[in-house]
Design a protein around this ligand. Structure first.
Ligand code: CAA
Length: 687
């Protein structure tokens, strides 16, 4: 229930914002604040106001959900205008997060008192926007404009201490003194005859050169990003045009960006990430086991990464290897990876020692007798996994959860070997497991609700994004990837080069093209997977069979420079691919970028629709989260399923039919769900 409480302290009116959980500035809260400000202005006994929060955070800013709805008055701007026009001073008492519109409210106050744990940010660029309620005009009038620009362009929060140093905030206060200090400040400011407002100042012209330099650097780092270009223009306005004109310019840009697909996609990603952590409806709210200690089987790249992820979050880990030398190698690998983090400055020496102290290696499964959760990260072979689960069933306690880190094998078949299948689940981490946020939580046929809920909770404790998915070959991520890989191979066979494909992909917005990505991951991995399932990919198979496994052998779709990382076009690859095309009787032709992208992306959407129909993913947004966080799908495209929405379902369906006819590949025919969405009409326009 949204409310604003008004409390009187001496002659100061305290306006308490109370809109849990994050004081999002929705219509009701805006109206309540406006009402409180107007009442304080009218009340002769009140000399000033303090804006404060009843919650652990000051405000998360504008209510992002409202961005898709018809605007309701008072808008944030109207509220801020009223605050600006108040003859009585207003002080913001900032505890915790103060983001976006929340900070813009605070910028319209006469002073900002902060706790040292406060976090102040204008993160709108992360939603494809720029601050839309005066932030671009007030911030450069308050602090160095180049620093203001950087703050807005990164969207990264400043701590309370940093805010005071930069001039963004006026003073620090201990949490228990925050209100008293803010009230005292309001009383003090009330003694001034005229309020000093940022709108009556201008950005300091002496800082212009530094600002232009910062702007040039940003444009170079973010080519073609409309929100960065608009932000720079808006801040430049604080030097060049009066405040009100600057505000109009900011508004125009904000409104333009708000309806842009880029911002819609980024907003979709924001909510999809939060929704994906919610358990699918049929699971209910079962008891969650308190996981205190963890076991990991296998100390290779994945096992070590998983162990590090748990240790970094305070869990004691026992890592099991097959023999002492392998156990020592795993320990050394972890120690060296943590040392690299210290060298890069992302980990302190103390944290390194603490993390390492939490990891114990062993060779005897009996060491896992106390573990609450054991994650198997051994070879991707069913027999190996079943054998491990059989051994585990003999040693772990009955309440322990047994997870497999398989990336495509049948979790039910693994579960059969582990005794009670209710406690067996998939936890598909992505490499490097201590860095990548995504975890596919794979529920088997018999996995209990409590096991699912516990694993989701544990993954969240690691700071991961767990997404619950059903059990099928490759689950959600790799199952969709398989469709894309099939098309990649066909494109190469039909005439595209690895360079063509990668260029088209980076133009679409991905950091790496699929060929570069394949070389990085190792082409033998998918080759082995294909062999196990009786599938072929003529071009990729020929590369592997010629010893071209990717970066690890210095040759794959490309050859690699001496640094082992820089891809160089290789004539040998062209010859090899042409020979495969000839052998397969495929006539090569020129394939343009548009066809490359459509052939790679639209089948992913088709497979995503199948996955939704089968209930393997609970929501289309879950597929998007998996692809953004596990496979580098451009976040500003919203993920494959949202991309279908921005592109328009009828267009996707028509194009899939066209491609199926062009290539004779019947798997490209649109799924019934897509056909339905295309004719339903309602879902065509992006939300
Ligand atoms: N609008 C609407 N809902 C919001 C919200 C916002 N600005 N910020 C958070 N929420 C919701 C979340 O969706 C979530 O809802 P559910 O519980 O239903 O999933 C709930 O609040 C809690 O959020 P988190 O799970 O993210 O909680 P957290 O403690 O991990 O993080 C936070 C809190 C740091 C505030 C984080 O939510 C966040 O970064 N929010 C976005 C902040 C932002 O981008 N603000 C700018 C808005 S744009 C703006 O203000 C434009 C302008 O200039 C007018």
């Amino acid at each position: 229930m949204v409310s604003v409480e008004i409390e009187r302290r001496d002659e100061v009116s305290i306006i308490w914002m109370d809109n849990p959980p994050v004081n999002a500035l929705g219509a009701a809260l805006r109206a309540a604040i406006l009402h409180a400000v107007e009442a304080a202005v009218q009340d002769e006994a009140v000399i000033g106001m303090v804006l404060a929060s009843r919650h652990a955070i000051f405000s998360a800013g504008a209510d992002i959900k409202e961005f898709n709805q018809t605007p309701v008055s008072p808008s944030l701007r109207e509220l801020i205008d009223a605050m600006d026009a108040s003859p009585k001073p207003i002080v913001a008492a900032i505890n915790g997060v103060c983001f976006g519109g929340g900070l813009e409210l605070a910028l319209a106050c006469d002073a900002r008192i902060v706790t040292s744990t406060a976090r102040l940010a204008l993160p709108e660029v992360k939603l494809g926007l720029l601050p839309g309620a005066g932030g671009t005009q007030r911030l450069p009038r308050l602090m160095n404009p180049a620093d203001a620009l950087k703050l807005m362009a990164t969207g990264a929060p400043a701590t309370g201490d940093q805010a005071v140093t930069s001039g963004l905030a006026d003073a620090l206060a201990a949490a228990e003194r925050l209100l008293a200090e803010a009230t005292a400040k309001a009383s003090l400011l009330a003694k001034r005859t005229v309020r000093q407002r940022l709108r009556d100042t201008a950005a300091d012209q002496g800082t212009r050169d530094a600002f232009e330099k910062a702007a040039a650097t940003l444009l170079k780092a973010h080519p073609g990003e409309p929100q960065i270009e608009a932000l720079i223009e808006a801040v430049r306005g604080s030097y060049e045009v009066p405040f009100d004109e600057g505000m109009r310019q900011e508004r125009r840009s904000f409104e333009r960006l708000l309806v842009d697909d880029r911002s819609k996609s980024l907003r979709h990603a924001f909510f999809a990430e939060r929704e994906s952590g919610q358990l699918p409806g049929d699971i209910g709210s079962p008891d969650v086991i308190d996981v205190k200690t963890v076991g990991v089987i296998g100390g290779g790249t994945m096992g070590s990464g998983i162990a590090m992820a748990f240790a970094a979050n305070g869990f004691p880990v026992t890592l099991i290897e097959t023999d002492e030398p392998s156990a020592q190698r795993a320990y050394d690998r972890i120690a060296s990876s943590l040392s690299n983090s210290v060298r890069r400055g992302s980990l302190s020496e103390t944290a390194r020692s603490e993390n390492l102290a939490r990891i114990k290696t062993a060779v005897d499964y009996a060491e896992l007798s106390a573990a609450d959760l054991v994650i198997e990260a051994a070879f991707e072979e069913m027999d190996v996994k079943r054998q491990i689960f059989g051994r585990l069933a003999d040693v772990v306690k009955p309440s322990a959860i047994l997870a497999t880190n398989t990336s495509y094998l049948d979790v039910d078949a693994i579960a059969e070997a582990g005794g009670d299948a209710g406690r067996v689940i998939g936890m598909h981490f992505f490499s490097p497991a201590n860095i990548m946020k995504l975890v596919e939580v794979v529920r088997g046929r018999k996995t209990s609700a409590s096991t699912i809920a516990t694993v989701v909770k544990v993954a969240q404790k690691l700071g991961k994004l767990p997404v619950v998915v059903g059990n099928c070959h490759g689950f959600v991520g790799n199952r969709i990837l398989a469709r894309r890989s099939e098309q990649l191979d066909r494109l190469l066979l039909e005439g595209a080069t690895p360079e063509d494909v990668d260029r088209a992909f980076t133009a679409f917005g991905s950091k790496l093209g699929p060929c570069t990505m394949g070389d990085l991951a190792g082409l033998d991995i998918s080759w082995r997977m294909r062999r196990a399932t009786g599938r072929t990919a003529p071009v990729a198979d020929a590369l592997v069979e010629a010893g071209r496994l990717g970066q690890k052998t210095g040759r794959g779709y490309y050859r690699y420079a001496e640094d082992g990382r820089t891809p160089i076009s290789d004539l040998e690859v062209t010859t090899l691919i042409e020979a495969v095309s000839k052998k397969q009787g495929v006539k090569r032709r020129t394939i343009d970028q548009e066809e490359i992208i459509d052939r790679l992306i639209l089948p992913m959407i088709n497979e995503g629709a199948r996955i939704i129909e089968e209930g393997v993913a609970a929501r289309p947004g879950d597929i998007d989260v998996i692809w953004i966080h596990g496979y580098g799908f451009p976040r500003w495209r919203g993920g494959p399923m949202f991309y279908a929405q921005t592109r328009g379902y009828p267009n996707v369906v028509a194009r899939l039919k066209e491609l199926a006819t062009l290539t004779g590949d019947e798997s490209l025919r649109p799924e019934p769900l897509l056909e339905h969405l295309a004719t339903d009409g309602k879902s065509v326009a992006p939300q």
